[in-house]
Design a protein around this ligand. Structure first.
Ligand SMILES: CC(C)(COP(=O)(O)OP(=O)(O)OC[C@H]1O[C@@H](n2cnc3c(N)ncnc32)[C@H](O)[C@@H]1OP(=O)(O)O)[C@@H](O)C(=O)NCCC(=O)NCCS
Length: 154
């Protein structure tokens, strides 16, 4: 899919573009997935995802996993310099097309309670807080709570 303004193109993740996810994860200070875990996700883990390009540079990605009648957002990131321009929303709307097409009942994800930007973003897209996941994330000096967020479709 090509969007004329800013020359944005969304590609489905495959073996040719998946490793560009790592560069974006580094820039986002997100957990950087190993090459083998990315390939495993695409080939054996019911996983898929999208990556968004602007003028031949990859600037954002979303990693997803299909479960029985749910889908999980595993990871999402946009280069720092490209934020607040609707890039993550475009990736998320592409994902929502799959959700509708597959009749998925619910999507869910986990996020750090201190990740204000991501929580605002997900609430903007209609996700709701389901529960606090106590000490869910290991940090350098202990543990941090997570939040389980969800959106119901049907
Ligand atoms: C969260 C993240 C993916 C959002 O990407 P983005 O491309 O900037 O998001 P969008 O431009 O599509 O934002 C859509 C809306 O979400 C909300 N939003 C996004 N970032 C926000 C922020 N930092 N503060 C408040 N609201 C925010 C706003 O309502 C925004 O609309 P607006 O810009 O018109 O006000 C990006 O900040 C990021 O990559 N963060 C680091 C990685 C990360 O935390 N990933 C999530 C892990 S679960």
């Amino acid at each position: 899919m090509v969007c004329e303004e800013r020359n944005l193109t969304i590609e489905m993740l495959d073996e040719n573009n998946v490793l560009f996810v790592q560069d974006i994860q580094k820039n986002c200070k997100e957990l950087v997935w190993t090459s083998s875990s990315l390939f495993h996700l695409l080939n054996k883990g019911s996983g898929y995802g999208y990556i968004l390009k602007s003028f031949n540079k990859y600037i954002g990605y979303i990693l997803l996993r299909s479960l029985a009648d749910e889908e999980e957002v595993l990871s999402l990131g946009v280069l720092n310099s490209n934020r607040r321009k609707g890039v993550a929303s475009k990736l998320f709307y592409e994902f929502e097309k799959d959700v509708i097409r597959k009749n998925v009942k619910r999507i869910f994800l986990e996020v750090k309670v201190k990740n204000y930007s991501a929580i605002c973003f997900y609430e903007f897209l209609g996700l709701k807080k389901i529960k606090v996941l106590k000490d869910y994330y290991k940090t350098d000096n202990g543990y941090e709570n997570g939040l389980l967020l969800s959106k119901v479709y049907f």
